[in-house]
Design a protein around this ligand. Structure first.
Ligand code: SPV
Ligand code: MG
Length: 312
């Protein structure tokens, strides 16, 4: 959890922190040197929990943020609603945040505006997918029209020209999701590299990792490869190390865990009309206060609110 006295919005050092988080994302996470992990967050609370768990970076998931806002992952939330949530994620930990920017909410112009706003809010990187607006979650239905390659390259170039290296730019390929096959996926990876991407996210809806492992084999790490093993969750992590994958994203597991836990607790309270039995199964208030550094607030009050009061 970020030191509240060092808030990005208070001390005006957003750009400095932003570029150091982008550097960390680039050099330590999206790098071919070792396998790294990004854990999903969808609000300030889940971001603080991700950091406490020991993760070194956060995936600000479009699906999970949409869910927590009560929207579908179909660009129903506006880009500005989305950016506001991302700010809470960034501000609630010290970790670099890679943002799921969907397709950039439109054409090159919307994509570069989104990137500029994300940079101001302190994110470290943005992943843009080659889908058409409005997108639909990759695992819903079978209609996933791909963006024209040249048009999508224009989106990538516009983002790169706008934020340069202050944001890590991840190009996400939906060709396998859309059923276009490996040749199309590889051709797109080459085009996106030419257009300035810093890393490639190859997405798959297969229940086995074979597709993404074949991609990695053909791609030969011309840029670092990022994967999202939501559907092929049974594959052991050592397979990804063997394939020299750069980054694994656990894309929605905090949100799904929260749904299961909230549903369980709500159901029990409704049925029992009593809360005593669930008390051992939920976080204590002390836990919540500790997570958000209430002690820092008390300490700051002695300095700023009552500076002249004698300390006993
Ligand atoms: C997300 O987390 O919103 C993603 C990953 O884009 S997925 O839902 O697996 O497409
Ligand atoms: Mg998404």
């Amino acid at each position: 959890m970020q030191d509240q006295s060092n808030s990005l919005l208070v001390d005006g050092s957003a750009y400095e922190l932003n570029s150091s988080r982008a550097d960390t994302l680039r050099s330590e996470i999206c790098s071919t040197a070792k396998l790294s992990f990004l854990m999903e967050a969808h609000d300030g609370l889940s971001a603080a929990i991700v950091e406490r768990a020991g993760f070194k970076g956060i995936w600000a998931s479009g699906l999970s943020i949409a869910c927590s806002l009560g929207y579908r992952d179909a660009n129903e939330a506006s880009w500005s609603q989305f950016v506001d949530v991302v700010e809470r994620i960034v501000d609630s930990s010290q970790l670099p945040v890679l943002v799921d920017g969907d397709g950039g909410f439109g054409n090159f112009n919307n994509a570069r505006l989104l990137a500029r706003k994300l940079r101001v809010r302190g994110v470290a990187g943005v992943a843009l997918e080659d889908s058409c607006f409005p997108k639909l979650n990759s695992f819903v239905g079978s209609r996933h029209p791909l963006a024209d390659v040249d048009e999508f390259c224009g989106r990538l170039r516009a983002v790169k020209d706008t934020v340069a290296n202050e944001l890590v730019l991840v190009a996400r390929i939906e060709a396998l999701i859309a059923g276009h096959g490996m040749n199309e996926a590889i051709a797109r990876a080459h085009a996106y590299r030419e257009a300035g991407a810093d890393a490639i996210l190859i997405h798959s809806r297969s229940s086995s990792a074979d597709e993404i492992l074949s991609f990695a084999d053909a791609w030969q790490n011309r840029l670092p490869v990022i994967i999202v093993p939501t559907k092929y969750y049974r594959t052991p992590t050592c397979e990804y190390r063997r394939a020299e994958i750069s980054t694994v994203i656990w894309a929605n597991h905090s949100m799904r865990a929260a749904v299961a836990a909230m549903r369980r607790v709500c159901g029990r309270i409704f049925a029992e009309e009593h809360v005593a039995n669930i008390e051992p199964d939920i976080a204590s208030l002390e836990d919540i206060f500790e997570l958000f550094s209430y002690d820092e607030l008390a300490e700051a009050e002695t300095r700023y609110l009552y500076p002249n009061k004698l300390q006993h």
